[in-house]
Design a protein around this ligand. Structure first.
Ligand code: SF4
Length: 695
């Protein structure tokens, strides 16, 4: 089924064993004191996972070209030891690795690097607080040489190829686009002059790296910026890159400052793949497709349809370094799928923190969080089959403990089951499937629909409570009226919801509720079918695709969805605005009344009409078993430095240390059961992985 994906391919002289490339990711720990060790472990793990080619995070070709202080530098040989350590580790693991040559241009951050950004022209951007300075002509030429020098060093350090970063709105892209290149000298104006910088960079790299050294160019297939490079210019640029000695084109989509989402969960899978397909038709060198591809069946299909010669995935290799190996071994269902949440990766990149992965907390922490077999196997009970509990079970079982999981519902997943019902979050179900497979494979005794008591747990040697949260109860006049329900009832389809809905709360869960409430009466797939079959005409279909409910979100405070990550929040808020959701902030609740909700807004009393009221106003810990277990001789232990781990500031491996047996049986409380205020899925799964290593 995956013949194409697993077939050998070639980029220049470089033969790859399969068609899968791990795309470039800035990791944010490149210059940590032990950065070389972390990077070597991180990339070697992906090489062991049999990915065809790894492309590193960008390495700056000049000091001004770095976005922040955690960028590797390839402008001189200061970091040679680090690079050699990386290439050696990857080659010893049987892999291949390309270095990405990078210059941020006007996206660089003076507040992080202490250097004023430089660009073709001084055009402001929200990506950087400092206005870039226009480059002099001699400086332009010096940067071109710097790209070449970087390529020569990469070759010297043992890299198998280089990739020139020319997309996503970075320097080369800035030269090509008339929006950011307003020069009137030999480097700006006509298409030929705007394209000149990128082509000179490609020539410089080829000249310095040698005739047969593989060179990939990541070019922008679509800028998604008004008045930017035209499609005709993009295709011409692709052809010119081929003529100037580039061996493969990796197609990027959108600039970081684009107002159109490209990598968020709400973007349909492979939504932009056709762009790579069009470029492939225009050139004869290999083309690489990327963006919102996260499953092997999709990657294989894109190859089968001739869209591209290789498929690049970046975040999916944070989620599962062994993605390709699992496909080779015929068990793709064991892949831990990237759910495009961005919470532990891109949101951290854009806030200058080290990257990891929400569904795989080991990512980026390979040398800090090894899975070590226990010398003292125990019978461990885990209560609660949400993400935190499932991760604890997985790690405990991998370490050799005998694990029993008690889940009171009929299926695993906890809050992820509900997330999977939110439009655009369907991949959350994949996480549940992954854990279900893993727990089954590892022999975890999963007992569903089982509400466990302390007397049953007493027979175990250790216990992990991952019992999650319950909705925070709201007591205001009318909250017991029949048209009022909690978000849990809504997600479980236990409540009939009318056409006009007021949601009390405007945090992340309330936004999910609003997204689900405002789905159209038919899905886009059904709409397409009805159109294709001429069952209905466009106007009737459009009417039924419209949001089916009028929804109002209420918040006492000012900022909605304050804990939703930076890369996702704006997309969700735009989508809710598009669906006509009314968000009212800084209000005071007075009462829920039959047919509405009475609030005070700007000093006036207002009744908002509502057939249904859904309460999504936070949550409280569910740890009803805690007291009983403590009375039965369990001793509650804390996970050390949980926040430090979450921040990526932890620099030393975790060392298990349990109290002497006579003091009590170990008990960890994790996830929402531990702290509902700090509840988020990243923290919950991280606590699961840490608890699994501490017993
Ligand atoms: Fe994917 Fe989320 Fe992990 Fe990032 S944090 S790699 S988006 S699952």
């Amino acid at each position: 089924m995956y013949e194409l994906l697993l077939s050998a391919g070639r980029i220049g002289r470089l033969v790859l064993p399969n068609r899968v490339i791990m795309g470039s990711l800035h990791l944010g720990f490149e210059n940590f004191p032990k950065g070389a060790e972390y990077l070597a472990s991180f990339y070697a793990e992906r090489a062991k996972g049999r990915v065809g080619l790894i492309i590193t995070g960008g390495s700056a070709v000049t000091p001004e070209g770095a976005s922040d202080l955690q960028f590797s530098r390839i402008w001189d040989s200061t970091e040679s030891d680090k690079f050699v350590r990386i290439t050696t580790a990857v080659h010893q693991a049987g892999g291949r690795i390309a270095l990405q040559l990078f210059h941020a241009g006007r996206y660089a951050r003076e507040d992080k690097t202490g250097l004023q950004p430089v660009a073709p022209s001084a055009v402001p951007t929200r990506m950087s607080p400092t206005l870039a300075r226009e480059l002099r002509e001699d400086e332009v030429e010096a940067i071109i040489e710097a790209f070449g020098r970087g390529a020569a060093l990469a070759k010297e350090y043992g890299f198998d190829a280089v990739e020139i970063m020319g997309s996503e709105g970075y320097l080369i892209n800035q030269f090509l686009s008339p929006v950011t290149n307003r020069r009137e000298d030999g480097w700006g104006g006509t298409f030929e002059k705007r394209a000149r910088f990128g082509l000179e960079v490609a020539r410089s790299v080829r000249r310095c790296a040698g005739e047969d050294f593989p060179v990939i160019f990541r070019m922008s297939g679509l800028d998604l910026i008004p008045d930017s490079t035209t499609w005709e210019e993009t295709v011409r640029f692709a052809r010119l890159l081929e003529e100037n000695g580039v061996d493969a084109l990796n197609i990027g989509i959108g600039w970081h400052e684009s107002a159109i989402p490209t990598v968020q969960a709400h973007v349909p899978h492979a939504a932009f793949a056709h762009v790579a397909g069009e470029i492939k038709r225009a050139v004869s060198i290999p083309v690489v497709v990327s963006n919102r591809i996260n499953r092997p069946e999709l990657a294989n299909r894109l190859l089968a349809e001739g869209v591209a010669d290789f498929v690049s995935m970046a975040r999916p290799f944070l989620a599962d370094p062994h993605f390709v190996r699992k496909v080779e071994e015929g068990r793709p269902e064991s892949i831990n799928t990237c759910i495009a949440c961005n919470q532990a990766c891109l949101d951290k990149t854009f806030t200058h923190r080290p990257v990891s992965c929400l569904v795989n907390p080991q990512a980026g922490r390979e040398s800090l969080l090894p899975v070590v077999r226990t010398e003292n196997p125990m019978r461990v009970a885990v209560v609660g089959g949400g993400p935190a509990g499932m991760e604890a079970c997985r790690v405990l079982a991998l370490r050799g403990h005998r694990v029993t999981l008690f889940e009171k519902e009929r299926s695993l997943g906890g809050q992820f089951r509900w997330a999977g019902r939110v439009p655009g979050k369907g991949d959350f179900v994949r996480t549940i499937e992954y854990y279900s497979h893993e727990l089954n494979r590892l022999g975890v005794d999963v007992r569903l629909h089982t509400a466990v008591s302390g007397s049953v747990l007493q027979s175990f040697d250790a216990c992990v409570l991952a019992t999650g949260v319950v909705p925070r109860s709201v007591s205001m006049p009318g909250s017991d009226l029949p048209h009022v329900c909690y978000y849990t009832d809504y997600f479980e389809d236990r409540a009939v919801v009318g056409e006009k809905v007021v949601v009390i709360g405007a945090g992340g869960i309330a936004l999910d509720v609003a997204l689900r409430l405002t789905e159209g009466k038919i899905s886009p797939e059904v709409a397409l079918f009805l159109l294709e079959q001429a069952v209905e005409d466009v106007s009737s279909i459009s009417e039924r695709l419209r949001p089916r409910r009028k929804v109002t979100l209420l918040r006492r405070g000012r900022r909605v969805a304050e804990h939703v990550g930076r890369t996702t929040r704006w997309v969700v808020l735009n989508e809710l605005a598009r669906r006509g959701v009314d968000i009212r902030t800084e209000i005071r609740y007075k009462a829920i009344v039959p047919g509405g909700v009475e609030i005070e807004e700007k000093g006036k009393s207002v009744v908002l009409p509502a057939d249904s009221v859904i309460i999504a106003a936070g949550q409280e810990s569910n740890r009803t078993l805690l007291e009983e277990l403590t009375a039965l001789g369990f001793i509650r232990l804390q996970i050390p430095d949980a926040q430090t781990w979450l921040n990526g500031e932890r620099l030393e491996p975790l060392v298990p240390s349990l109290p002497p047996v006579q003091e009590g049986k170990p008990l960890f409380v994790i996830g929402g059961a531990n702290d509902p205020e700090a509840l988020d899925a990243e923290r919950a799964i991280l606590e699961g992985t840490l608890a699994g290593r501490l017993i």
